[in-house]
Write a protein of this length. Structure first.
Lengths: 466, 922
């Protein structure tokens, strides 16, 4: 019996010991919640840039402006609108830091040609310029691919046509719903719910046909399956302005809101939140800053158009600050110059007026100033006067080195941007220059503009980071 | 063939001296025939036969072919007689006259017992389609003339067979490689294929010693298989061979419960046929050349169904009747007696439970879930991979595969290379062996069969066994079947003869070895259990001897684990992986109650069983929960196996204590309480047994991954990247920023891929791709994954990795798949591709494709210079080899191959040696 008790006690003790042994700690689990959201930032890695509004055909030409800080290979892929058709492709290479312009017409001429550019290294950035006899437009391409895009700044008022392009560069089908808000509040876009955008194709949505005569229209593009890259295009009688979707933010800088008094600047704000948001607008000119030049309240689902033409005479830059996220773009529209037809007696003939000047430009803002920028395309647009806009909203002067990028080594120049001011640098056209790398001693924001007789365009610079 | 109605048949009598039986009586009886023979010749048996022939004054010939060659054309018939056959004087005359009358080319006599001529031995032979004879007679059936009619039969006994000379020459006579009975059946079948009639002539009576007729042996088994393989068309063999195998397995399983041991005969019979395959092919060609009829003519005279199964059923029925027909058969007392000694019923129950518990594995093999995967398609490849070949886990490696792969491969090879059949057979044998082994093992504590059976069920399907199954540790599940035998072989009575003793040690070696092959950490468990027994009974020499035998068995078993044992890092092996047993409350309480009550109530040896069992359960629990002690998965699962064994002892001991009459009063109450605990544990086995998957969980991967088979091209030429929580991934996994993933072969990984080898450059490269995806730096994941041969990404559960595959330019989300799935939309997402872009398919662990002279093929496996054919070069983390031969393979590591061959040889030596020594000892 003693043996039994001893063995029993030993067994019991072992069981007790076993019961006291701790369980392994549960696996820590993933240290991330999903992929890092891609930003439209030129980082030191491979990257893909999506350029939605491009066309190369009988009437229009598009040029892809490529700039990089390192030797890169860039692959251009131009999907077809017909599902299943093989895309057209092109390859370019930069043996060293540089920039070049690729005429899409050299690859294919088939009208609309949204495309994407893949770099095997970085920092690198892309912009696209579209030209015709009547227009000049373009903007920086984007690298981010969120599920929800905000596209403020639209209008379907008389004299303007608004087109939403939904570009799906990915192989799988995307299901897209488009929501809209106008000065009347939410706009029912029932025809734009659950649109299928087949993989490696795009769709254009003519918004004037769906929601005509709206002065202000902000769109929200949501993908429930897959991804699309949207772009909004406002067309006047000739010229066009296009800009990609943006992510709402509480801080925006627009280094260029207008280039001269001939182009009336306006700031388009949109609030997709639940409560009204007050936005403070600071104005910057070459002479200095006007903090809080205007305060506006942006109601939910009612986009706000803020006319900036009375805030400064001539070129100006703006900064927008708000307590809650807003999405914003600026538009600069030429005051329509009407050429009135007259009869033999010199009397004006009713109804025969002809608009001879209606140039438009628009661009998205810069979410945060930075010290390094890539500006693909600057000085590369023929027949145009390129202007570089350097906005220093800080309190210290910024010393800026402007390094022209091309296919050969070019000499850099140095500039100083005073605090609270914008520096306008007119550059003209230089065929040997395809873009700029800009380095600043203090954070600045950068944009450039080109103005020709046929049109005007604003292009945001691309932050170098990561 | 001679024309019918030969007016003057001339006969040569051939007395076949198969063994040392005296031929003189047979010769005398032949000489006494009223129908005289031309010659009498003794055939075979070497010098013994020659001397016997000389003594009887007749000729002797060494073989039947020699005899056939010596007979001139005037002789019309041959009368084959076995030595010992005593034909009545008119036997030959009856054969001749009836054969002539019925135009039969083969005629056989009625056989009656030499010691009691009133009783029948055989009147013709019926066979089933597998050439197993069926006599259709009751035991000791009296000859009342009830079968006295000449009729066509499948075969006649070779004891007395008349055959036309020309036919005998045409078919080549009896097959010298076959034993007598099978030889006679074979000869008759070959004759029938050529259009000959085979009849039995009951008026021709031959007396024969009953004990020499139908001497069952493995040679007869082998002969029947050979006879079957010789005559049937390939189409018939296609279904007949698997069925024959299956029936053999049933016989193997059931026979022990009828007091026979058929396993080795079964194995020998098939191996013998494999060894004699060349002669079989020759004989088959000869037998089917010039045939006049097809298989249908043979089927006409055969039984439907299986004679083996009919015999087994008859025998089981007979035993049942013998029990129930007893005078006291219906009294409660006799039922009680039966329940105390119900070996037969328990046997039947064991078979039923075992078959039930693995029934779902029959069609699909082991389920694909956790660490359980189907066996590789090719047994040869599995054996080759184990024996120094390529380890295909992950991106492949030279790490040794566990011995289970080689062993299961060998079993699969024996079972016609069917992975499903091999898995089912192994699982079935494990359950049967586990239950049966426990019954036999607990006899050392005088525990009788019912309690032993309950203990056996608890061993193979109790809570601890279920925990092993839940962890999909297939090797340990199977090893539970061998564990009680590995202990029992050491504790049974030590024999007196040296030969017998050597046999016992060898048996300890191979039984322990088989267990360790299945689950290597269990190698030391039998000795450990016996050490506990020694500590309980230190004064008994038998316990010390059993321990010594077990230790010897452990040492002898070690070579069987080569080459795995030679290269494995044991510390890493025993500490890798996190495992922890959290038993359910009910079984925990039940085993606790059974142990405590048994300890207090049981007496004598039953109490010893409870004690040893309790200690084992406790020790097993410590191991199974010993993660904090540095123990890994293998050690933990081994702890569960020990706990399972211990709980079987506890349950058997406490249940059996109720049988003891001198346990009364409160002790009896306690014993009853303990038995309730045991019964609760027994009840808890019902559901896992009923599920029919051999304790393994249901399949999780086959269906979700099946879509890959419908894809363009060969699914097997690509890989699948699985991402999801750890417990949803098969086998082992890797982590990238805490998220689990692993790569498997399409369409479904096999068992040899469960373990992942140590990370190499290729794993680092894949991790780098995944990191790029997580960081949002990768936009063409498809192209990046295609480099690794990955064509699909399948999401097995919630994981942030799923989102990283969104928004890729060359990945397509497959909407119709059962799990979120992405398809690589890039060129050549295959494991082997030539420079010209030709995709090569997988062939075992190698690859095959269109030969391309002067071209190179890139093999997306971990770089290793043994990839052939050369010249080999490293391509990043992969390999490039010549595409000239159309094949790519991994040149095995010779030393490991030699070790594996040696291990197989040693195992065979142990098995054969133990059997021979046992026989010699007897």
């Amino acid at each position: 019996m003693i043996k039994r008790i001893t063995a029993g006690v030993l067994a019991g003790a072992a069981v007790f010991f076993a019961l006291t042994l701790p369980e392994p700690a549960a696996p820590a689990g993933p240290e991330f919640e999903g992929p890092e959201e891609r930003e439209s930032v030129a980082s030191a890695t491979a990257s893909v840039w999506y350029c939605t509004w491009a066309a190369s055909g009988a009437l229009r030409d598009s040029t892809v402006m490529v700039a990089a800080n390192v030797p890169v290979q860039a692959s251009l892929t131009l999907p077809q609108q017909i599902v299943g058709e093989e895309p057209d492709t092109g390859e370019v290479e930069l043996d060293a830091a540089g920039a070049l312009a690729v005429d899409i017409g050299q690859i294919v001429r088939r009208g609309d040609t949204p495309l994407f550019v893949e770099f095997d290294d970085g920092p690198a950035a892309v912009a696209v310029v579209v030209e015709s006899d009547e227009l000049l437009t373009g903007d920086a391409c984007v690298a981010r691919i969120p599920k929800v895009w905000e596209l403020p700044g639209g209008t379907t008022r008389e004299g303007r046509t608004l087109t939403l392009r939904l570009f799906n560069p990915f192989p799988e089908l995307a299901k897209v719903s488009v929501g809209g808000s106008s000065e009347s509040g939410e706009t029912g876009l029932v025809d734009l719910q659950n649109i299928d955008v087949a993989g490696r194709t795009w769709q254009d949505v003519r918004l004037n046909e769906l929601v005509p005569l709206l002065d202000d229209l902000a769109l929200t593009v949501t993908t429930s399956e897959g991804f699309v890259i949207p772009s909004l295009v406002v067309a006047g009688t000739g010229d066009e302005a296009s800009w990609p979707g943006v992510a709402p933010g509480t801080y925006w800088e627009f280094p260029v809101a207008t280039t001269s008094a001939a182009f009336a600047p306006s700031l388009m704000l949109s609030n997709t939140g639940a409560t009204a948001v007050t936005a403070t607008i600071d104005v910057f000119t070459a002479q200095g800053a006007t903090p809080a030049a205007r305060e506006v309240v942006v109601d939910p689902s009612i986009p706000k158009r803020v006319d900036l033409s009375d805030l400064a005479d001539g070129a100006l830059s703006v900064r927008v600050r708000s307590a809650a996220p807003l999405s914003a773009v600026v538009l600069a529209e030429e005051s329509a110059v009407v050429d009135e037809a007259t009869d033999e007696e010199g009397q004006v003939t009713e109804g025969d007026e002809e608009v001879v000047a209606d140039r438009i430009a628009g661009t998205t803002g810069v979410a945060a100033p930075a010290s390094q920028w890539l500006v693909p395309g600057l000085e590369a647009v023929s027949d145009g006067d390129s202007t570089l806009w350097l906005l220093n909203t800080g309190t210290e002067a910024a010393t800026v080195i402007l390094q022209p990028l091309g296919l050969q080594e070019l000499d850099a120049t140095k500039q100083s941007v005073l605090p609270g001011s914008v520096l306008e640098i007119r550059l003209g056209y230089d065929g040997s220059v395809g873009g700029y790398f800009i380095e600043s001693s203090a954070p600045i924001s950068v944009a450039w503009s080109v103005e020709t007789e046929k049109g005007i365009m604003f292009v945001a610079g691309t932050v170098v980071g990561g | 063939m001679s024309p019918p109605g030969n007016p003057n048949p001339r006969v040569v009598a051939a007395v076949l001296a198969h063994d040392s039986t005296d031929v003189s009586d047979t010769i005398s009886r032949v000489r006494a025939q009223v129908y005289e023979t031309e010659r009498i010749v003794v055939v075979g048996s070497g010098s013994t036969g020659r001397h016997a022939a000389d003594g009887a004054g007749v000729e002797w010939m060494s073989t039947v072919p020699n005899l056939l060659g010596s007979i001139d054309a005037t002789v019309t018939h041959l009368w084959f007689l076995y030595a010992g056959a005593l034909p009545r004087p008119d036997a030959l005359e009856a054969l001749i006259s009836e054969a002539e009358r019925s135009d039969a080319a083969v005629a056989g006599s009625k056989l009656v017992r030499a010691d009691d001529p009133e009783r029948l031995i055989a009147v013709g032979i019926a066979t089933d389609v597998f050439d197993v004879p069926y006599l259709g007679l009751e035991e000791n059936e009296i000859d009342a003339g009830q079968y006295d009619v000449v009729r066509d039969v499948a075969a006649v006994a070779g004891v007395s067979m008349l055959i036309r000379r020309d036919l005998a020459r045409g078919v080549g006579g009896p097959d010298p490689k076959m034993p007598p009975e099978a030889s006679a059946i074979d000869l008759c079948q070959r004759a029938r294929l050529r259009g000959a009639r085979v009849v039995v002539v009951p008026s021709s009576e031959v007396m024969y010693p009953a004990d020499k007729f139908r001497a069952e042996s493995w040679r007869e088994w082998a002969g029947r298989i050979r006879a079957m393989l010789k005559v049937y068309s390939l189409l018939t063999l296609l279904w007949a061979i698997p069925l024959r195998l299956l029936i053999g397995l049933v016989e193997v399983v059931v026979s022990p419960f009828l007091g026979r041991w058929a396993l080795f005969d079964f194995i020998r019979a098939w191996i013998w046929n494999l060894i004699h395959l060349p002669s079989l092919i020759r004989e088959r060609f000869a037998a089917r050349k010039g045939k006049a009829f097809g298989d249908a003519e043979l089927f006409r005279y055969q039984l439907r169904g299986s004679a083996v199964l009919s015999d087994l059923a008859g025998e089981i029925g007979g035993r049942l009747r013998s029990r129930l027909d007893r005078e006291d058969g219906r009294s409660l007392a006799s039922i009680g007696n039966d329940l105390r000694q119900p070996a037969f019923i328990v046997g039947v129950l064991t078979v039923v439970v075992s078959l039930l518990s693995v029934r779902s594995l029959w069609s699909s093999g082991w389920p694909a879930v956790g660490s359980s995967m189907p066996l590789p398609e090719s047994a040869g490849q599995a054996i080759g991979a184990y024996a120094g070949g390529w380890n295909p886990g992950g991106f492949g490696s030279t790490e040794a595969l566990p011995p289970l792969i080689g062993f299961a491969g060998a079993i699969q090879w024996l079972l016609f290379d069917s992975p499903q059949l091999a898995a089912w057979t192994l699982s079935l044998l494990a359950v049967v062996a586990g239950i049966w082994g426990t019954i036999r093992l607990v006899r050392i504590w005088d525990i009788e069969v019912v309690a032993g059976w309950i203990g056996g069920i608890v061993l193979v399907a109790g809570p601890a066994a279920q925990a092993i199954g839940d962890r999909t540790a297939i090797g340990h599940v199977l090893a539970l079947g061998a564990l009680p035998w590995a202990i029992r072989v050491a504790v049974t009575k030590w024999p007196s003869g040296w030969a017998y003793r050597i046999g016992r040690l060898l048996a300890a070696g191979w039984v322990t070895g088989i267990m360790a092959i299945l689950a290597p950490p269990l190698l030391v468990v039998p000795a450990g259990v016996l050490l506990i027994r020694v500590l309980l009974k230190p004064n008994r020499a038998a316990t010390w001897r059993a321990l010594a035998i077990s230790i010897a068995g452990t040492v002898l078993a070690m070579p069987l684990l080569l080459p795995w044992l030679a290269v494995v890092d044991l510390e890493e092996y025993l500490t890798a992986g996190a495992e922890y047993w959290t038993p359910e409350l009910i079984p925990l309480v039940a085993i606790g109650v059974a142990f405590a009550a048994g300890l207090l109530a049981a007496k004598g040896r039953q109490a010893d069983a409870v004690l040893v069992g309790g200690v084992l359960v406790a020790g097993g629990a410590v191991l199974a929960r010993g993660f904090d002690l540095g123990l890994g998965r293998e050690a933990a699962v081994s702890g569960l196996a020990i706990a399972a064994l211990g709980s079987s002892f506890v349950v058997a001991g406490v249940v059996d204590s109720l049988r003891t009459a001198d346990i009364r009063g409160s002790r009896r109450v306690l014993g009853g309480l303990g038995a309730v605990g045991g019964v609760v544990l027994l009840a808890l086995t019902v559901i896992p047994l009923y599920e029919g998957r051999g304790l393994l969980p249901s399949d999780e991967y086959t269906e979700p991954l099946r879509f890959t088979e419908a894809a363009d091209g060969e699914a097997t030429s690509s890989r699948i990247l699985l991402v999801g929580p750890e417990d949803t991934l098969p086998g082992e996994w890797r982590l990238v920023r805490g998220a689990a993933y692993r790569v498997v072969s399409a369409p479904l990984p096999a068992l040899w891929e469960v373990a992942l080898p140590g990370a190499t450059a290729v794993d680092q490269a894949l991790e780098s791709v995944l990191l790029g995806l997580i960081d949002g730096e990768e936009s063409r994941a498809g192209a990046a994954l295609a480099e690794f041969g990955i064509r699909w990404v399948v999401v097995t559960g919630d994981t942030p990795l799923e989102a990283v595959f969104d928004g890729q330019l060359d990945l397509i989300s497959l909407g119709g798949a059962k799990r979120p799935t992405f398809l690589v939309d890039s060129e050549n997402p295959v494991r082997a591709v030539t420079a010209a872009g030709n995709e090569w398919g997988r062939a075992g662990t190698g690859y095959a494709g269109e030969p391309a002279s002067g071209e190179r093929v890139r093999v997306a496996e971990t770089a290793n210079s043994r990839w052939s054919p050369g010249p080999w070069s490293q391509d990043g983390w992969g390999n490039e080899v010549s595409a000239a031969t159309g094949e790519v393979w991994y040149e095995p590591i010779e030393s490991r191959r030699s070790q594996a061959s040696a291990a197989a040889g040693v195992l065979a030596l142990y098995v054969v040696g133990s059997a021979l020594a046992r026989r010699a000892g007897r």
